[in-house]
Ligand binder design. Structure first.
Ligand code: KG4
Ligand code: ZN
Length: 359
């Protein structure tokens, strides 16, 4: 395969967004996303079977729209990529099978992608004119790197020695940070997903009140996370505030602020330890929907800069799930052994719902 101007079609259906993107190398030519948030709202969370049906309905339309926006024909596509894990099994299947069928029928090479590697590399996206946060970056300036992924299902610190060479240094032992945001949002009757609303409330805090919420895993001596204790402390505190007859309005803004402060402190303290333990690292790659919280994005950035690391924060639209990041993860492997050719090799790939970024 050629190694310049590679046009990659990528698909992600790992959770509740049907996303299809086309990139030329790192340049985004099209990014189409059919969000299902409205569909799942009434259930208070993602229902895998409902998501599957919506993916099946949307995938063909998203593909056509992406090709139209990219102004490309099937012949122009050099490689096809799709997420094969981690994610919801029956949802992953829809995008993966669509991509496999497309690759086999049109005799294109196929690259199966780990969704978390996608999040890790999401800051490598450039716009169609070649501009972006990582515009002037070459591999030598990037690696070794630390990665920090904070999403709905994952909270992970990763040591990246190269593309595809990842070692997990810390992970969540129970709930992910995004899950904790959503659950606290539900306790406060914010609906689904609660995370973004918790962030909005916190912006209106006037810091009149303290709730003594705990910063998780402070003296655990390792780089793992745990947010279920904080979540339970939030539940008890909210119950006692309500039992004392006070309306949510009086304290919810300050409460959301303090909850976020605990999450951010937990993440930045562990990240600080990881940086100290790995003095050679040059950059910090971050990703995941919780980075839409500006406090987290800013404080992690401050820490990275303090230690002289280049901070690679993806643009907002690439922080939550999207297929652009799947394209990017495929692109960095486009010359490697991950590229599968022919029906036999491609059809063998199955979804792996619990796929990890390292062994
Ligand atoms: O990365 P992502 O889109 O999906 C996963 O792969 O999990 O992350 C989704 C998570 C959800 O928990 C959502 O509530 C959270 O990201 N999130 C936010 C914000 N926007 C999305 N959390 C806090 N503040 C936000 N502004
Ligand atoms: Zn994700």
């Amino acid at each position: 395969m050629k190694n310049k101007n590679i046009k990659i079609l990528a698909i992600d259906t790992s959770c509740d967004e049907t996303s299809v993107a086309v990139l030329e190398d790192r340049k985004v030519l099209a990014n189409v996303l059919a969000s299902q948030t409205e569909l799942h709202k009434k259930w208070g969370g993602v229902v895998p079977m409902v998501a599957r049906r919506a993916h099946q309905e949307n995938i063909g339309k998203c593909y056509l729209e992406a090709m139209k926006r990219a102004r490309l024909k099937i012949d122009d596509i050099d490689v096809v990529a799709a997420t094969y894990g981690p994610g919801l099994a029956i949802d992953l299947e829809v995008g993966l099978q669509f991509a496999q069928k497309f690759a086999i029928e049109n005799k294109k090479p196929f690259i199966p992608v780990n969704h978390m590697e996608g999040h890790l590399l999401s800051s490598l996206a450039l716009n169609s004119k070649g501009h972006g946060v990582s515009e002037s970056l070459d591999k030598k300036q990037l690696f070794p790197a630390l990665g920090l992924l904070v999403s709905g299902k994952h909270t992970e610190i990763i040591l990246a020695k190269d593309y595809g060479n990842y070692q997990k240094l810390g992970k969540t032992l129970d709930d992910a940070a995004g899950e904790a945001f959503d659950k606290v949002g539900r306790m406060l009757n914010f609906g689904y997903p609660g995370g973004p609303i918790v962030s909005e409330f916190a912006k209106k805090a006037n810091h009149k009140e303290s709730f003594e919420l705990p910063v998780p895993m402070r003296s655990s001596g390792n780089l793992d996370f745990s947010f279920s204790g904080l979540k339970t402390a939030c539940l008890y505190k909210i119950n006692s505030l309500r039992e004392s007859g006070r309306s949510d309005k009086e304290w919810a803004n300050d409460f959301c602020w303090e909850f976020i402060e605990c999450v951010v402190l937990s993440i930045t303290e562990k990240l600080g330890e990881a940086i100290n333990q790995n003095p050679g690292v040059k950059s910090l790659l971050v990703g995941g929907g919780v980075f839409n919280n500006e406090t987290l994005a800013r404080r992690v950035g401050r820490l990275a800069r303090k230690h002289g690391l280049k901070y690679l924060l993806p643009e907002k639209k690439y922080r939550s799930d999207n297929a652009v990041m799947i394209d990017l993860a495929a692109y960095v492997h486009a010359a490697g052994s991950e590229v599968l050719i022919g029906k036999k090799a491609i059809s063998k790939v199955d979804r792996v719902p619990r796929l990890s970024i390292s062994d």
